[in-house]
Design a protein around this ligand. Structure first.
Ligand code: MSP
Length: 515
């Protein structure tokens, strides 16, 4: 397999200071859909997620619960594993930064940086926000009621302690050259501009160790220090591939094809991470995609407002696949979006139940009733109307288009293309009226139903990454064999005469709520 057919993608590793919310579910969902798409198109995929378990924030959260940090992280980390299962994420591995192999990887990376003259011992004095686990410059700080705040709204505290530093300032020009040579490294483009202007503004050396608390990976050779949690956390992406053993079976997946992140953690991934890697002489990731943030019915989501969205509660109420679909359909990936219940009900009733569900049900019921539940032979006598329809819903064009959009992480646009074709199919069935053809022109009826069956197979195949369970059900009803559900298989028509099982509805409408 050439490296082009290999694909490595990651989610951020999540802090275990709290239970999972919509933000966690969202980043991982996007990664899951792309991972599934890549598998469907014949790639060898490695999809990683996990938990970020060190740092002051986690230490404090454990303290507040009266637990030692390891017991606490063991408990909360489980909630993130459970979320992955409940959301049907197809991650190939789940990493925890408290694992021994990860501590070894961090120590190895540290030593490599040290050997290459990238680390020195100094003294840190400045502002630190525990909530963001980030350092801030004096010009970034604002004050309200005697408390100082970072631009993110997180309270900051003054920190003064011995610290190791990474020579980040020395990498400014090489980072700028790197962004220049790799125009796709930061997406979307607006974020790329933001990072470039930040780096142009000048970079200070980065404090990469702390002595005022204990919950972290110990600095090799100086155990009074623990590593800065972001150096520890970012390393997870290579730990999972076996680093420092660059001859192990998974190392072939490095560098990552996409790191999915939220916009709030873009700088760590597009400035610190490539700088650490370049300084260590390791290849840099190909792309970092920063998505936007959800608000809830127009309001910023916050624990104090009590409007945190629990992804599992949504799944409980609306079903898993409608929720997966909605989150990627509603808002262009990369932009902020507002979560509105009304919009979710509208998409579920309108696009899923009416447009796709009814189309499948009508077509499959007619095949049962009028064709003895058997698939007609592939159509040889296409009319002008059939050809016009297939130009939009034919497999080759549609899957190439979706592939191109998903390679740019344009999930909403990919879904919009598929649903345009589904609308077209509804127009086709309404115009052709296959139910009226049974007596007048049964041959034409078979052509129309076969054409619709072929189109449904395309929709079901292409939508698998978004709604895996429901599309498996659709493909079962279409009698598509399990081994013929990849993109390549679409070029081979199903044999005429295939027996079709009786259809059952794919989606339940939500009643009694105005869309
Ligand atoms: N531990 C770090 C990441 C280290 S990666 C080497 C971290 N963890 S986190 O638990 O805070 O991550 C949360 C993820 O959820 C981020 O990608 C963040 O952008 C996302 N979201 C948090 N709130 C969100 C919304 N309201 N909407 C969408 N995503 C949001 O950061």
């Amino acid at each position: 397999m050439t490296s082009e057919r290999r694909f490595y993608l990651t989610t951020p590793i999540y802090y275990v200071n709290d239970k999972p919310h919509i933000g966690h579910a969202y980043t991982s969902l996007a990664a899951d859909v792309l991972a599934r798409w890549k598998r469907l198109s014949g790639h060898e995929v490695f999809f990683l997620t996990g938990t970020d378990e060190h740092g002051q924030k986690v230490e404090k959260a454990a303290e507040a619960k009266g637990l030692d940090p390891q017991t606490f992280t063991d408990q909360v980390s489980q909630a993130f594993r459970d979320l992955a299962v409940r959301m049907n994420y197809s991650n190939d591995a789940f990493i925890r930064t408290t694992e021994e192999r990860h501590k070894d990887a961090c120590a190895a990376l540290w030593k490599r940086l040290e050997e290459r003259g990238q680390i020195y011992l100094g003294h840190y004095e400045g502002w630190y926000a525990v909530r963001d686990e980030a350092f801030y410059g004096p010009d970034e700080i604002t004050e309200k009621d005697g408390q100082k705040f970072a631009p993110t709204g997180a309270p900051v505290e003054w920190v003064r302690e011995p610290s190791y530093f990474f020579r980040l300032s020395a990498w400014q020009d090489r980072l700028l050259a790197f962004y220049d040579e790799n125009p796709d490294f930061i997406a979307p483009v607006s974020r790329r501009n933001e990072v470039i202007s930040f780096v142009k503004g000048g970079l200070n050396d980065l404090s990469i160790s702390r002595t005022s608390f204990k919950w972290g990976v110990k600095v090799p050779g100086d155990e009074a220090h623990v590593m800065y949690v972001w150096l520890d956390a970012l390393t997870n992406y290579i730990t999972a591939l076996g680093y420092p053993d660059e001859s192990g079976p998974l190392w072939k997946f490095w560098p990552a094809d996409v790191h999915f992140v939220g916009k709030d953690i873009l700088r760590f991934h597009t400035i610190y991470w490539p700088a650490f890697l370049m300084a260590a002489g390791l290849p840099t990731p190909r792309r970092v995609f920063a998505h936007g943030w959800w608000t809830n019915e127009g309001q910023k989501i916050s624990k104090s407002l009590g409007n945190v969205i629990d992804p599992l509660a949504l799944v409980e109420e609306f079903g898993l696949d409608p929720v997966r679909f909605f989150l990627l359909r509603e808002v262009p990936f990369g932009q902020d979006g507002d979560f509105q219940r009304k919009a979710l009900v509208g998409r579920l009733n309108g696009e899923l139940a009416d447009a796709l569900g009814n189309l499948a049900n009508r077509t499959l019921s007619l095949l049962q009733r009028n064709c003895e539940g058997r698939l007609p032979e592939p159509a040889t006598t296409a009319s002008e109307a059939d050809r016009a329809f297939l130009a939009i819903a034919g497999h080759a064009e549609l899957s190439a288009m979706v592939d191109e959009l998903l390679n740019q992480q344009k999930f909403d646009a990919a879904l919009a293309q598929i649903f345009t074709a589904i609308r077209e199919a509804n127009g086709y069935i309404t115009r052709e009226q296959p139910w009226a053809l049974k007596k007048t022109d049964p041959e034409r009826m078979r052509v129309v139903l076969r054409t619709l069956h072929d189109a449904l197979r395309v929709f079901g195949t292409l939508l698998q990454p978004f709604m895996p369970d429901t599309m498996a059900k659709l493909l079962d009803q279409l009698a598509v064999p399990a081994e013929a559900r990849g993109l390549d298989a679409l070029a081979t028509p199903l044999p005429g005469g295939t027996s079709l099982p009786p259809p059952s509805p794919l989606f339940q409408k939500i009643q009694g709520e105005a869309a």
